[in-house]
Design a protein around this ligand. Structure first.
Ligand SMILES: [Zn+2]
Ligand SMILES: [Zn+2]
Ligand SMILES: [Zn+2]
Length: 355
């Protein structure tokens, strides 16, 4: 994630900040210009010369404290691009629902930020019913009224997230029960949107589908049978050599979504490192591959070897820093040669789509 500055006083601010604690100006994020701008707190609409001299206002969800994105004053609709993707949100009169939804919005805005940086199409289903994207954030009451078996997942451009996933205790319990190494809200978003972009970038493109099968295997095997086999018999033997996670070994679609989410982890970590000017020079003798210098914006880097050679030492250093704090590894995975090929496939696919 980019590191932002208040355009009024240059104070360092982060993506979610609504107000600059140094000068008291409001802060608004322009997703189009990828810029945070300071806003006069005495006004409700702003003519922003830093952007394009057009009048802007806050997204309607700013009133709820869950969004700091800007929308053009003359735009139809009250919501920003990220918030316009919401099809269902929980009943916010319930305080706990609100708290869960707030955390979900936090993760979702980071997801949308990254999709835009990857120059992927982000279009709401209200604009494109056929191939747009939307989110259903469901509470327990919603589930009680819905048909049985609704769970976090993706179907035809609709991503469903159970808001109980925003409850740290519940999420940690599921993580333990499922023997997972990693479970976060942002991770859920990254995984599920991977399924969506498989449909958009691969499903209907004959050549890409062949390329996909060469790397990830045949996705035409029964998905239902594959998952039921996974849940009754566990992951494939020696899954570590071929897959990034146990779950990725269940079916080619899940392998894709898992690997996609790791590609997004890697790119975000590298963008943050780049914005901090991180450099790693390990105190080791002899040749080592643990040094790195984050001198490039990963979203503009075409060579995947550069991404990987910088990203792997970064992830190792991140884990080591966390251990210094008595925390567990933020990236508890080993990227095998086979997984590197899969990540590279995604990187090249996204570059191919940019041209
Ligand atoms: Zn300021
Ligand atoms: Zn918004
Ligand atoms: Zn999945």
């Amino acid at each position: 994630m980019k590191l932002f500055q208040c355009s009024n006083c240059n104070h360092t601010v982060v993506f979610e900040n609504n107000t600059c604690i140094s000068c008291g100006y409001f802060l608004g994020y322009s997703s189009y210009y990828n810029q945070m701008v300071a806003l006069n707190p005495n006004l409700q609409e702003w003519n922003l010369k830093e952007l394009d001299g057009v009048d802007y206002k806050y997204c309607a969800n700013n009133l709820l404290g869950t969004c700091n994105w800007l929308v053009k004053k003359e735009q139809l609709g009250e919501f920003c691009l990220a918030c316009s993707l919401n099809r269902t949100i929980p009943d916010l009169s319930d305080d706990q629902n609100f708290e869960h939804w707030r955390k979900i919005e936090y993760a979702k805005h980071r997801l949308v930020y990254q999709l835009l940086r990857l120059r992927l199409p982000v279009v709401s289903k209200t604009e494109d019913q056929q191939s747009g994207l939307s989110f259903d954030f469901l509470s327990q009451e919603d589930l009680d009224h819905a048909s049985k078996g609704v769970k976090t997942g993706h179907a035809n451009g609709v991503i469903t997230i159970l808001i109980s996933e925003a409850d740290d205790v519940i999420r940690e319990q599921i993580k333990q029960q499922m023997e997972e190494r990693y479970r976060t809200l942002l991770g859920h978003f990254r995984h599920e949107v991977g399924h969506y972009f498989w449909d958009r970038l691969i499903r209907d493109d004959f050549q890409q589908l062949q390329n996909f099968r060469n790397v990830f295997g045949n996705e035409t095997f029964s998905y239902a049978d594959a998952l039921s086999n996974y849940y009754s018999n566990g992951p494939q033997l020696n899954w570590q050599t071929t897959y990034i996670s146990k779950y990725a070994s269940s079916h080619a679609w899940e392998d894709w979504a898992e690997t996609w989410s790791h590609y997004l982890h890697l790119m975000d970590a590298l963008e943050t490192a780049y914005n901090f000017g991180l450099q790693i020079n390990p105190k080791l003798t002899g040749e080592n591959k643990l040094g790195m210098n984050a001198t490039f914006d990963p979203y503009l880097e075409k060579d995947f070897k550069v991404i990987l050679d910088t990203g792997i030492p970064l992830l190792f250093a991140m884990n080591s820093m966390n251990r210094s704090m008595g925390e567990s590894d933020p990236y508890p995975f080993v990227i095998s040669e086979s997984v590197k090929n899969k990540l590279e496939f995604i990187h090249k696919l996204l570059w191919y789509n940019k041209i």
